[in-house]
Design a protein around this ligand. Structure first.
Ligand code: SF4
Length: 426
């Protein structure tokens, strides 16, 4: 069986969408060959393929690593339905999945450091500017934050350093601390390693309606173990929200991007997960930038993890924080420079959060493969472009030199255009 994700686009988003689509099935043992199709030169597709299949080329797991079959599945793996949870503050229920920023390794937390996770402090007005991809929860390990934080950012610190007097701070308990009792009545988090027996932990959590469970596992079957635990929670009618905690020990940013996408994406596509918490050890990473074309600046590890979290949520359509691009990989039918045009359209529309724009190389297959794009830019002859609104043609065979401006005009006519407030593009 051959697996591929077509129209994945380019850059980080193209890699993440491909990894989630293909990797989710590979994780379940489905798929014998794969192809990653990016709107980039073909040589950039192969490393992504190699990173994706690397894990499955290793020998079969030891008997100890196998997970017993479930007696019953409490979710339907053939359709998307989000797991029902009781919200705790803005986590779970119908709230979009929250994003954790892991500052465990940071020596301190400063206002400037929050730039990397979407918050810019403006000293002259003493106000915060909050970006579209701003993290919701700051995990500080044993540190506390003494300056005033933006209202949308909560601090989670270890229960051993937490006290109720700390404003906007919430405790994270270990399994052992949780079993010992003395748990706060308010919002709190509990870290649960599901590599071992988790039944006792779930029984405890069931008695704490304000508990948010952070699930992780430390073996090659970590996604399956977390899925098994959530299935058990569903069977036990435990409706506490769950945070998907995924760690990567991979040596390159490219491999980490793939690992995070597959492990978290596979669960989000099952409707599981009310938040995402990506973590790594920056000292072990050999490169700092994703290979091939990139759109997102990566000035430090916090920024990489934050952007990857939001991109995974965007790719699984569980939380939209930016413009969505659907573009074909191009082929012999392509009637214009697809890569250059895609980059150009991105530059002028990348501030239109939530809008879905398709950029397709030909009129033969392009319109049918635009999926659920709101607007389409499709090659219809040498130097000619046809523009779509949904599946309907709105401008036919216009010259390609004016087509991007015409697309903007159509966005304006449909009241979805917003003038950029900052310089767009990179
Ligand atoms: S140019 Fe047409 S046929 Fe070729 S990849 Fe793009 S949409 Fe598909």
């Amino acid at each position: 069986l051959h697996l591929g994700v077509t129209e994945a686009g380019d850059g980080e988003d193209g890699r993440i969408k491909s990894a989630i689509g293909i990797g989710t099935l590979l994780e379940d043992g489905i798929g014998d060959t794969i192809r990653v199709s990016l709107t980039e030169d073909p040589e950039f597709e192969i490393p992504v393929c190699k990173d994706l299949v690397k894990k499955y080329n290793q020998s079969a797991p030891d008997a100890d690593d196998t997970i017993l079959p479930e007696d019953k599945l409490w979710y339907n793996p053939f359709e998307y339905k989000r797991r029902l949870t009781e919200p705790v503050m803005n986590i779970g229920g119908t709230h979009v999945p929250v994003v954790f920023a892991d500052f465990m390794q940071a020596k301190e937390v400063s206002r400037e450091a929050l730039n990397a996770i979407g918050y810019t402090y403006q000293a002259d007005t003493d106000k915060w500017h909050i970006g579209d991809a701003a993290a919701d929860i700051l995990y500080t390990h044993k540190k506390t934050v003494s300056f005033s934080l933006p209202g949308t950012l909560k601090v989670v610190c270890d229960a051993s350093v937490w006290s109720p007097e700390l404003e906007n701070h919430y405790p994270l308990y270990t399994q052992q601390e949780y079993a010992e009792g003395n748990i706060t009545d308010g919002l709190h988090f509990v870290a649960c390693d599901v590599s071992g027996d988790f039944t006792r932990m779930l029984e405890l959590v069931a008695n704490h309606k304000q508990a948010v469970v952070c699930l992780y596992a430390t073996d090659p079957n970590s996604m399956q173990r977390v899925r098994s635990c959530i299935n058990t929670m569903m069977g036990m009618r435990i409706s506490n929200p769950v945070i998907l905690a995924v760690e990567s020990q991979h040596a390159t940013i490219d491999e980490q991007l793939i690992h995070f996408s597959v492990q978290a994406g596979a669960l989000l596509l099952e409707g599981m997960g009310d938040g995402i918490w990506l973590m790594n050890d920056p000292a072990k990473i050999m490169n700092s930038q994703v290979s091939g074309r990139t759109y997102l600046p990566v000035e430090n590890n916090h920024q990489f993890l934050n952007q990857t979290s939001f991109s995974i949520l965007q790719a699984t359509r569980t939380r939209i924080s930016k413009t969505e691009y659907i573009s074909c990989p191009s082929c012999g039918r392509t009637l214009f420079d697809l890569q250059e045009t895609t980059a150009k359209i991105r530059r002028v529309t990348n501030h239109l959060k939530g809008l879905k724009i398709a950029i397709m190389g030909c009129i033969v297959n392009g319109p049918g493969e635009m999926a659920d794009a709101d607007f389409g830019y499709v090659g219809s002859g040498p130097g000619k472009i046809t523009l779509y609104k949904g599946k309907e043609v709105v401008k036919r065979n216009i010259n390609s030199d004016v087509a991007v401006n015409e697309l903007i005009n159509i966005l304006k006519e449909n009241n979805v255009w917003i003038e950029p407030t900052v310089t767009v593009g990179s």
